[in-house]
Ligand binder design. Structure first.
Ligand SMILES: Nc1nc2c(ncn2[C@@H]2O[C@H](COP(=O)(O)OP(=O)(O)OP(=O)(O)O)[C@@H](O)[C@H]2O)c(=O)[nH]1
Length: 311
């Protein structure tokens, strides 16, 4: 274990990969590792990339990572793959596009499924962010499809959140308006080579105009990720937001929030584990069937579980 941590801190990719796997699978001892590496974290800047399926999140991230590599920055990418209960597998297709980057020693790419372990995907992602941070990444990208609540929760913990949209979403913009307004720090209208990109950008700006007291008004960028047009400017906007966070000291608030969420999850996960053990021991399934015949009720069972847990 000691060697593994030493290797991680020296920047060895294999150690990084092994520790992230341990975190993801909740292999015993993983929390000990996270405790030990915590003091070496805090340097990396975390960028959340979200947006509807197929908007070009991977293509955009790929281009930004290449830009950062020119500047010799070390980069981590965590792609969250929504695991469909119907396909029982992560949608890995588009991640393969980044393969040429994964050969680069200073780029670490990992995709994680959203299969619900006890702490949920969020917990594993937070752990992986810490590992990549201690590994020496300057920037860490968290890429998620902005649909489910768990994905939105993950993005909320990023320092800067980039929302990728595409032309012609129309009504969709209205639909996601409420949730997105609060989490997006920078907008990217990708596929600007298509008709209607300008209109989409105007619509987003109009939507942003509803709020008057922006401390940092999210910039809206027209981008063609496929050929790289506009990517540099969009990244500059991300850095502007980064500077804003540091200058206003909001970065500390953000990171306190992130730790708060993480602590809550650590506690929740342990409680969930206990509940599961109690349910098994007390044969709750059998009791449950008695709620139908009215021999018992959900409140009595809930109380029984709670009492056993706090014992
Ligand atoms: N016309 C055009 N197509 C693009 C652009 N950027 C990406 N694409 C294409 O859009 C498709 C989806 O791109 P991805 O980068 O995989 O999108 P994504 O948002 O990561 O997709 P999911 O992870 O499945 O949600 C691919 O076929 C890309 O080649 C662009 O600027 N213009």
């Amino acid at each position: 274990m000691e060697n593994l941590i030493e290797d991680l801190l020296k920047g060895k990719k294999r150690a990084c990969a092994r520790i992230i796997t341990m975190v993801e699978n909740e292999v015993s001892g993983y929390e000990e590792i996270l405790k030990q590496i915590y003091q070496f974290t805090g340097r990396a800047y975390v960028i959340g990339i979200t947006g509807p399926p197929g908007a070009g999140k991977s293509t955009f991230t790929d281009k930004v990572v290449k830009l950062l590599r020119k500047d010799n920055k070390k980069v981590g990418v965590i792609a969250i793959d929504p695991t469909s209960p119907f396909t029982k597998g992560a949608i890995l297709g588009d991640r393969i596009r980044m393969n040429d980057l994964s050969l680069d020693d200073d780029v670490f790419i990992r995709s994680m499924g959203t299969r619900g372990s006890l702490g949920g995907v969020s917990n594993a992602t937070q752990g992986a962010i810490k590992v990549l941070d201690a590994y020496g990444c300057d920037y860490i990208f968290i890429e998620t499809v902005g649909v489910g609540q768990s994905e939105v929760d993950i993005v909320k913990t990023a320092d800067t959140t980039v929302m990728i949209m595409v032309p012609g979403l129309g009504d969709d913009i209205q639909a996601i308006k409420a949730g997105v307004m609060e989490i997006a720090d920078v907008f990217v209208v990708n596929k600007a080579d298509r008709d209607g990109a300008k209109r989409t950008s105007i619509e987003i700006n109009m939507m942003l105009d509803f709020k008057k007291d922006w401390k940092f008004r999210p910039p809206v960028n027209l981008v063609i990720s496929e050929n790289g047009e506009g990517v540099e400017t969009a990244f500059k906007n991300i850095l502007d937001h980064k500077n804003y966070l540091y200058e206003s000291k909001e970065i500390t608030e953000k990171r306190l929030d992130r730790n708060k969420i993480e602590i809550k999850e650590i506690v929740n996960r342990r409680i969930q584990k206990l509940v599961k053990q109690v349910e098994k021991k007390e044969n709750i399934d059998e009791l449950l069937s008695k709620t139908i015949t009215k021999e018992t009720d959900p409140y009595t069972i809930g109380e029984k579980i709670f009492k056993s847990v706090i014992k």
